[in-house]
Design a binder for this molecule. Structure first.
Ligand code: AMP
Ligand code: ZN
Length: 469
């Protein structure tokens, strides 16, 4: 099976070929832990999780690293504004460390609720200061960086292809011009970006480290280059993030990493389009956001949001509103109802031929640039295929759910009381014995007794199945 993925770098869907056969090194830009993640942020993490699970499903061994930004992410991409962590600590009258720990735990909880696997390697930005200093020293030595006004900057004019990840003209992409902010007079070129700050107009920066350039703190972009190079090595297969990360963040990561290494760094760039609402992109700064907790408070199972995301392609913008979300909610309920029986009892032998056919169809959908809505169609096809016995259906539902992560069988299990399950199985057994003894009156009595409790029995060539209404 050939996996095809859209690569932002080449702007086309390409065959995925990792550096080392069968193994994938994947980096995810993690959250800036100054606030709760909103469901827009989580759309990105959810689709990155689908990517990782799909790679596993297709037979790759994935090593994935993610940063936790707890320093240096300024309120503006153009290296101006206050550090987001400091601003939040001030607002909440807590230390930066407390803020970071609190929102990291909240993010972990959201990931768990949405069945997003926690990457094997998760690294706090503040834990790798030595690595950033090493990178910056090399960039200075090689002439890609310069010191000005007490800060260290990357000189983008040293690169012929600085904008290679973006699809825009250089002048449109200049951060200062784009955001209409005051230019930083220390910079040689408007697009240059800070690698290390010792002079900030904000005195309140409480996290500072000794460096060859004085007491200071790292820029935001250097952190992802540093963590990725330290934990995943010189050759990265896939780098992920939301589309807003393409410029300047990922563009700057490429500039730093490749100038430091002297060779190409990452082959595939995977970007998830934004979740929007009526007012545009969902964002923390606009304050128009919805969290997983707020969905739970409204009575929704958080996995409904997972299904909501899976229903559309990761490269299309997705608009959230509660009418649409209700649609996903009833679709999820229907899926649970359809798979309810499978948790309890199945019958027949697994039909390997049918399993192979459906597995191939499912893998094809994923391999087609993560066509998750088609993968869901595969699931629906299995559930409505009357030629499949329940053992085969259960096998396939469990198999697909390794990627879909909708907890279909477990959610059902959680809903069903163990005692009830034991009671139903006992009654089925009793009824079977009655039928063997040709005591059809007793068999009917048992069936009716169950029916009155909302349990419908269905005799199939493979045995008795039941449905709990
Ligand atoms: P942040 O915590 O702001 O650094 O963002 C974390 C991740 O969420 C990044 O990969 C962003 O690109 C992504 N992101 C931010 N807003 C949205 C949105 N509305 N929809 C999808 N992804 C987003
Ligand atoms: Zn990053």
């Amino acid at each position: 099976m050939t996996l095809k993925l859209y690569n932002t770098l080449t702007r086309q869907v390409e065959e995925f070929v990792p550096n080392k056969q069968g193994e994938v090194k994947m980096y995810t830009c993690g959250p800036t832990v100054y606030h709760f993640a909103h469901i827009g942020n989580l759309r990105s993490y959810l689709m990155e999780d689908i990517l990782e699970k799909s790679l596993n499903y297709l037979g790759y061994k994935v090593t994935r690293a993610m940063n936790i930004t707890d320093v240096g992410h300024l309120a503006s991409d153009s290296d101006t504004g206050e550090d987001k962590m400091i601003a939040s600590a001030k607002k909440e009258h807590k230390s930066v460390m407390d803020i970071a720990n609190f929102y990291t735990e909240a993010f972990k909880k959201d990931c768990k609720a949405l069945n997003i696997s926690w990457p094997q390697i998760v690294v706090k930005a503040t834990s790798c200061i030595d690595k950033y200093i090493e990178l910056i020293e090399t960039l200075l030595k090689k002439g890609y960086a310069y010191i000005s006004g007490g800060n260290v900057y990357f000189d983008v004019s040293k690169l012929v292809d600085y904008y290679k990840l973006t699809n825009h003209q250089a002048d449109e992409m200049v951060v200062g011009a784009r955001e209409g902010v005051e230019a930083d007079n220390n910079k040689r070129n408007l697009s240059d970006f800070a690698l290390w700050f010792t002079k900030s107009k904000f005195d309140s920066q409480e996290l500072k480290w000794e460096s060859p350039w004085g007491l200071g703190y790292p820029g935001w972009h250097i952190e992802c280059s540093g963590i990725s190079l330290k934990y995943l090595g010189e050759y990265l297969d896939i780098h992920c993030g939301g589309v807003d990360n393409i410029f300047p963040h990922h563009t700057n990561e490429i500039a730093q990493s490749e100038s430091y290494l002297g060779h190409k760094w990452c082959n595939y760039w995977f970007h998830v389009q934004h979740l929007k609402n009526e007012n545009g992109k969902m964002s923390k700064s606009k304050g128009n956001f919805i969290t997983v907790d707020s969905l739970i408070e409204k009575g929704y199972n958080p996995l409904v949001y997972r299904l909501f995301c899976l229903q559309s392609h990761y490269r299309n913008p997705l608009t959230f509103n509660f009418d649409k979300f209700e649609g996903a909610n009833s679709a999820y309920k229907k899926l649970l109802a359809k798979t309810k029986n499978l948790t309890l009892n199945t019958s027949g032998e697994i039909n390997q031929e049918k399993v192979n056919k459906y597995k191939t169809q499912f893998a094809d959908a994923l391999s087609n640039d993560l066509n998750t809505s088609l993968a869901l169609t595969c699931l629906y096809d299995v559930l409505k295929d009357e030629t499949l016995n329940t053992a085969t259906i259960k096998y396939l539902v469990e198999d697909f759910d390794k990627v879909l992560g909708l907890n279909l069988l477990n959610s059902n299990k959680e809903q069903l009381d163990g005692e009830l399950l034991a009671y139903i199985n006992e009654k089925i057994e009793e009824r079977l014995n009655a039928k063997k003894q040709k005591d059809y009156a007793l068999a009917d009595k048992i069936r009716n007794e169950l029916l009155q409790k909302g349990i419908t029995l269905k005799d199939t060539p493979n045995g008795t199945e039941f449905l709990v209404n």
